[in-house]
Design a protein around this ligand. Structure first.
Ligand SMILES: O=C1CC=C(NS(=O)(=O)c2ccc(-c3ccccc3)cc2)CC1=O
Ligand SMILES: [Ca+2]
Ligand SMILES: [Zn+2]
Length: 164
């Protein structure tokens, strides 16, 4: 708001595609976790997310391990880094990868796909990390109850400074 805008998508209608599914969860649960992870952000912005099942989407979502494809970042096996996402842009921009070496769950043990997805999609939309411990964009995983996980004011300020 100080006369500059963070790099964000130049459009409000974004497409996403789930390229492959983790065997840790039912497909319907993966679809739901991803959809809810995107809803966290569409609730506080004019952004609209549309799921496509073929072709190139703005946000391509995949479960990968170690060195994967032409992605410049790689995963580290169980624990450690859980996922990564690229800031808005063409090609790899917006894409989100989850580390298949993690135990992905809907709730309970392992890592909540919804929570990690919501965090990673913050990056796909142009947000970086914050030092606000209550924020979704905090760099460390917090396993709070995903259904009651509100966005912190810091998250809302951040996303609305790009898509306000
Ligand atoms: O760019 C990076 C580099 C390292 C990351 N570490 S992570 O994958 O272990 C991770 C850390 C915190 C979260 C998280 C933070 C707050 C709420 C929910 C999840 C998600 C993933 C996450 C990330 O997005
Ligand atoms: Ca890992
Ligand atoms: Zn990757």
């Amino acid at each position: 708001q100080y006369g500059y805008t963070l790099p964000g998508w130049k459009k409000y209608n974004l497409t996403y595609r789930i390229i492959n599914y983790t065997p840790d969860m039912a497909r319907a649960d993966v679809d739901e976790a991803i959809q809810k992870g995107l809803e966290v952000w569409s609730k506080v912005t004019p952004l609209i997310f549309t799921k496509i099942s073929k072709g190139i989407a703005d946000i391509m979502i995949a479960f990968r391990t170690r060195v994967h494809g032409w992605c410049p970042r790689y995963f580290d096996g169980p624990l450690g880094v859980l996922g990564h996402a690229f800031p808005p842009g063409l090609g790899l921009g917006g894409d989100t990868h989850f580390d298949e070496d993690e135990n992905w769950t809907k709730d309970g043990a392992g890592f909540s796909l919804f929570l990690v997805a919501a965090h990673e999609f913050g990056h796909s939309l142009g947000l970086s990390h914050t030092n606000d411990q209550t924020a979704l964009m905090f760099p460390n995983y917090v396993s709070l109850d995903p259904s009651k996980y509100p966005l912190s004011q810091d998250d809302i300020n951040g996303i609305q400074s790009i898509y306000g």
